[in-house]
Design a protein around this ligand. Structure first.
Ligand code: URA
Length: 209
């Protein structure tokens, strides 16, 4: 079973409060999402393998550790996931970025992929799927399945806020995927919005309504 890691660092909690506040405008919202994503990147990458190399300091030769060539891929789910990319790239600048776009078929309610562009070598990469909100889990479950269908083997999911329903859906469908969240909220309302949540993450990021 995949683990669920709640990153309840004081800095993350503080910034999340202002992300939730409806009086926070798009500029600050974007900056805060970027900052929280950067702080979360620190923990999501904790298990990257290290190797020792030899270097020379101004004083002497020594052995020191570097990340051992493990390749990371970021996969934001369009469009709200885009808000998390820059913060992640600040800490993992060598990561490649793929994009997945999904919409919900109005008749079947099933997620349909309308855009997908991924790094060619996704089967060799540690992929981190990005979406600020894990609500019903429908998009995350489908996006992860699309990645697996294309050969991805190591996948993590990173959200700012998750509903228990979404966590349950992802862990049931993809027990191999670890989930990293800044907070697990109470529940979903009848419109599948997270309570208390932050509203529509895409609209707040991009100033649309
Ligand atoms: N997507 C959002 O942007 N917000 C929610 O509360 C649920 C899904």
């Amino acid at each position: 079973m995949g683990k669920v890691v709640v990153l309840d660092h004081p800095l993350i909690k503080h910034k999340l409060t202002f992300i939730r506040d409806k009086n926070t405008g798009s500029k600050d919202f974007r900056e805060l999402v970027k900052e929280v994503s950067m702080l979360m990147a620190y923990e999501v990458t904790r298990d990257l393998p290290l190797e020792e190399i030899e270097i020379e300091t101004p004083i002497c030769k020594t052995k020191s550790q570097v990340i051992s060539g493990k390749k990371v891929g970021l996969v934001p789910i369009l469009r709200a996931g885009l808000g998390m990319v820059d913060g992640m790239l600040n800490l993992i600048p060598a990561a490649k970025v793929g994009h997945i776009g999904l919409y919900r078929d109005p008749e079947t309610f099933k997620p349909v992929e309308y855009y997908c562009k991924l790094p060619q070598d996704i089967e060799e990469r540690d992929l981190i799927v990005l979406d600020p909100m894990l609500a019903t889990g429908g998009s995350a479950v489908a996006a992860i399945q699309f990645l697996k269908d294309r050969g991805a083997k190591n996948i993590k999911l990173m959200n700012l806020i998750a509903a228990p329903e979404g966590i349950e859906a992802v862990t049931a469908a993809h027990p191999d995927v670890d989930i990293y969240v800044a907070n697990v909220d109470e529940k979903l309302n009848e419109h599948a919005y997270i309570i208390p949540g932050l509203g529509d993450a895409g609209d707040r990021l991009f100033g649309t309504k």
